[in-house]
Design a protein around this ligand. Structure first.
Ligand code: EPU
Length: 417
């Protein structure tokens, strides 16, 4: 297992190109198996989660060829085999195989998902959706078995506006008989990306990106070509790292509209932010003033950016309060930041951060975004070398992290742990 070594204190400078969105990719790959002919996905990020997903599709009988940022998925001879264990346990988004296989074959058996378990992450809304579509769902020794003689359109109200449940229901409902309406649907850009792919495959989905999505089921879906949207969380992380190191970085290949919440917060903090058509320039300032942050569903401030944002707030003067309204206890980065000298305490679903200079330490990434927080923190520390273990978590969401940071002037490398 590798560890990440960072000698910080250097302002990041230059241009970083943002890859395709991880959280789109892990939904588009299973969506592709609803097509009975080849789907080509472009702008695919080189991430461990994507590689695991490709393996899962191969196990189901899909033909996969991955060349650079393009993957071809041929699902013409796919089977719905039970997948109780193995690689499904490695990532959370394996739950999308439930909706995709249900839509394609009327049945699926999938082990309960793994992934970043920073807190219990229920899937009751996914199950409620499948049941509303006419499926029978049972829990068989840690696997979810879903069977439907016929999927019928239904009106489904989500108790929480869940990204995963919204996408899973869209996948299954695309092949149901009649109209499905999802109320209180999640509005994240990744949902629009999945609907765009499904529509290009012949589905009839309207309203993705709003709280009401209508899906008119169709008899079959076909292949197409689709380019994945940029990763707004990766982009936001580099924006935060640029600000934290008082650097000057052009974040290239982004959709600035997706970045509005983080852009607004950085401006409030005192960072200079310049929006262009497909890029954002971040210029750090010598002094930042504390701000409060509330992580919410989109278009609010992304929960996935609250951990790296915690590290940036350690660099602001005064006391900042960061509250996560999506997850009640996503603070595994906090004890590690405290080891680096941060002055942070967690109260309920809030982190209270008093700005001060951090120091180097040996720390451990306990999940993907907690890892991103440690990287941002380490980049601010001029004295000594920060060692970050748990790098396999970070590799799930940040492709070529070392190369990208080095190109921006950071002193960072990997070593065997
Ligand atoms: N929830 C339920 N029941 C459900 C589903 C969700 O109570 O059936 C709750 C969750 O516990 C949470 C809230 O609803 O409090 C939102 O969860 P959501 O379902 O939206 O999350 P998810 O789909 O499992 C995706 C991303 C996460 C990101 C969240 C929130 C993927 C693969 N994962 O998860 O990304 O934090 O949406 O935006 O798309 C990450 O990239 O590091 C990551 C964890």
């Amino acid at each position: 297992m590798d560890k990440l070594m960072i000698r910080g204190g250097r302002p990041l400078r230059g241009t970083v190109s943002i890859s395709g969105a991880k959280n789109s990719a892990v939904a588009l790959l299973p969506a592709a198996i609803l097509a009975e002919s080849e789907v080509v996905l472009d702008n695919l990020p080189h991430l461990s989660d994507v590689a695991v997903y490709a393996d899962l599709l191969e196990q189901l009988g899909a033909g996969i060829s991955w060349n650079g940022e393009t993957m071809r998925i041929d699902s013409s001879s796919l089977n719905s085999i039970p997948m109780p264990n193995g690689k499904v346990k490695l990532l959370r988004a394996s739950y999308y195989l439930m909706g995709a296989l249900l839509g394609r074959f009327g049945e699926a058996t999938i082990g309960l998902p793994g992934g970043c378990n920073f807190e219990p992450r229920p899937i009751d809304q996914h199950i409620k959706g499948f049941e509303a579509l006419g499926a029978q769902v049972s829990n068989d020794q840690g696997s979810i078995r879903i069977v439907a003689k016929e999927l019928r359109g239904a009106k489904i109200y989500l108790d929480v506006s869940s990204v995963g449940a919204t996408i899973n229901i869209m996948l299954a409902a695309s092949r149901a008989k009649g109209l499905t309406t999802i109320e209180n649907a999640a509005k994240e850009p990744e949902i629009i990306d999945v609907a765009t792919l499904l529509n290009a495959m012949g589905a009839k989905i309207k309203g993705a990106g709003t709280e009401t999505i209508r899906i008119e089921g169709v008899d079959g879906l076909h292949g197409c070509r689709h380019s994945i949207i940029p990763d707004r969380i990766q982009a936001g992380t580099y924006m935060i790292a640029a600000a934290a190191t008082r650097g000057d970085v052009l974040i290239d290949g982004v959709i600035p509209k997706h970045m509005e919440a983080i852009t607004a917060k950085l401006l409030e903090l005192g960072v200079h932010v310049e929006e262009m058509d497909e890029a954002i320039r971040i210029v750090g300032a010598p002094r930042y003033e504390a701000v409060d942050v509330k992580a919410l569903v989109y278009p609010g401030f992304a929960t996935d950016l609250q951990s790296p944002m915690t590290s940036l707030l350690t660099q602001a003067s005064g006391v900042s309060i960061l509250t996560d309204y999506v997850y009640s206890n996503r603070f595994k980065h906090v004890p590690e930041l405290v080891r680096m000298g941060a002055n942070i305490r967690v109260e309920g679903r809030s982190a209270i951060i008093e700005g001060n200079q951090l120091n180097s330490a040996k720390v451990k990434a306990a999940d993907l975004r907690a890892g991103a927080a440690l990287v941002v923190a380490a980049l601010t520390v001029a004295d000594g070398i920060t060692e970050i273990t748990g790098v396999d978590y970070i590799d799930r969401g940040y492709d070529n992290l070392v190369e990208k940071l080095r190109a921006l002037g950071a002193d960072v490398w990997r070593e065997k742990d």
